[in-house]
Design a protein around this ligand. Structure first.
Ligand code: AP5
Length: 190
């Protein structure tokens, strides 16, 4: 089968990384391997070198042009990776000035994914996960705002599909049903 390039998105705290890790383990047992790349990590390494942020959660408050340049560098670096690749990122980023496209045209042109997966769940569950995760600095927002962000992500994902011809898959990662989400994602990656 030809090499796969799959982008995983979802609002902060929805459990993207947890589901990806589970799906990759399932596939590894079947002899299917993917390299897992984190877009935020690539951006953060450059941002740290340039001394513009101290932690990764600060990146979404940077000037739009700086975020754009970090995005561009990250996409160029990740595009060099060969073989089956998963990229953990955001369909859109909530910034103080509004939603910023996570995969604008200049990023998509580099990455050219064959599938974009949207990980979603009920907004109240996401709010609870954010409140109980002490390892990160989360923006304070209520469930209605999280619901709006998830809705915006669906809309912008449609435009990504129009630009690249990629498919869009929605994976639901509900409380107590992580195994279902892992199996759904593994099925898309097989
Ligand atoms: P990133 O590192 O991706 O941060 P994030 O979105 O906050 O992602 P997290 O890893 O915190 O959340 P997650 O959804 O993976 O959840 P997790 O598995 O940890 O990005 C950092 C920054 O980089 C962004 O803010 C942005 O500035 C920048 N960036 C990235 N991409 C960009 C782009 N394309 N353009 C511009 N900027 C970009 O799980 C969360 C919690 O939920 C855990 O405690 C977990 O145990 C729990 N959990 C998960 N699943 C379940 C379940 N089924 N039931 C119960 N609990 C669950």
């Amino acid at each position: 089968m030809s090499e796969r390039r799959v982008i995983i998105t979802g609002v902060p705290g929805v459990g993207k990384t947890t589901v990806v890790n589970g799906a990759l383990k399932t596939l590894e047992n079947e002899g299917i391997t993917f390299k897992s790349l984190n877009f935020g990590t690539y951006m953060f390494e450059v941002a740290q070198k340039e001394g513009v942020v101290k932690d990764r959660d600060e990146m979404r408050t940077l000037d739009r042009n700086i975020q754009r340049s970090l995005q561009q560098n990250a996409a160029k670096e990740m595009a060099k990776e060969e073989g089956n690749v998963i990229i953990d990122t955001h369909a859109s980023v909530k910034t103080p000035r509004g939603y910023l496209a996570g995969l604008p045209e200049w990023v998509l042109r580099e990455l050219m994914p064959d599938t974009i997966i949207l990980v979603e769940t009920n907004e109240d569950q996401i709010l609870m996960r954010r409140l109980t995760d002490e390892t990160r600095t989360r923006d304070m927002e209520g469930s209605a705002s999280i619901a709006e962000h998830q809705q915006f992500n669906r809309s912008i994902a449609a435009s990504y599909s129009m630009l690249t011809g990629c498919t869009i898959k929605i994976v639901i990662n509900a409380d107590y049903l992580l195994d279902n989400a892992v199996e759904d994602m593994a099925a898309v990656l097989r």
